[in-house]
Design a protein around this ligand. Structure first.
Ligand code: CUA
Length: 179
């Protein structure tokens, strides 16, 4: 049992059985494969974007989001404000039980700083169908620098289980031509 001290005090001098050595080597090599796969996929996969993370609070993040909505709201859809910020602006998206708030409308070929944070628990930001994934945590401002290259409607799915309404936590993001 591991809770009792080892019989041999200098246990690190004991020879390692061959089977254990094979497992350690296999696990180490597989770890290396997975490590380099992350780097490869970042470059080749177009899905693991570089993101930055900063400390924030739900209150501070909500205040920035509300300020953006007040400034750039263009219409409403099903109770959700649709926000069309100026190109180059910082845009904010809130994840909370159980919605992505608000609906963002971005312009094609323009670059934005997209900030995402949670108001309560962990959520998963999954942008479909492009399949960009990001873990969203309360207290952290996750920032992506994005340049949408196609017009259309993208879906935002929550891909971290966050309770009874998890499957209803769907959002929308529009990419439009410059008006
Ligand atoms: Cu939010 Cu699942």
């Amino acid at each position: 049992m591991s809770i009792s001290p080892p019989q041999e005090q200098l246990w690190w001098n004991e020879p390692i059985p061959k089977s254990e050595l094979i497992w350690i080597t296999t696990a180490f090599l597989w770890g290396l494969v997975m490590f380099f796969a992350m780097i490869y996929w970042h470059i080749a996969g177009e899905q693991n974007l570089s993101n930055e993370a900063y400390r924030t609070t739900p209150e501070a993040f909500a205040a920035k989001t509300e300020a953006m909505i007040a400034k750039y709201k263009v219409r409403e859809e099903g109770g959700y404000p649709v926000v069309h910020p100026l190109p180059g602006e910082d845009v904010y998206l809130i994840g909370r039980l159980w919605q992505w708030w608000p609906i963002l409308e971005l312009e094609k070929d323009q670059t934005y700083r997209l900030h995402i944070s949670s108001m309560d628990y962990m959520h998963g930001f999954s942008l479909q169908p492009v399949n960009i994934n990001l873990q969203i945590l309360p207290g952290y401002d996750m920032v992506l620098t994005v340049t949408p290259d196609k017009t259309g409607e993208l879906g935002i799915v929550c891909n971290e289980f966050c309770g009874i309404g998890h499957h209803t936590m769907l959002g929308r993001l529009y990419v439009v031509d410059h008006p």
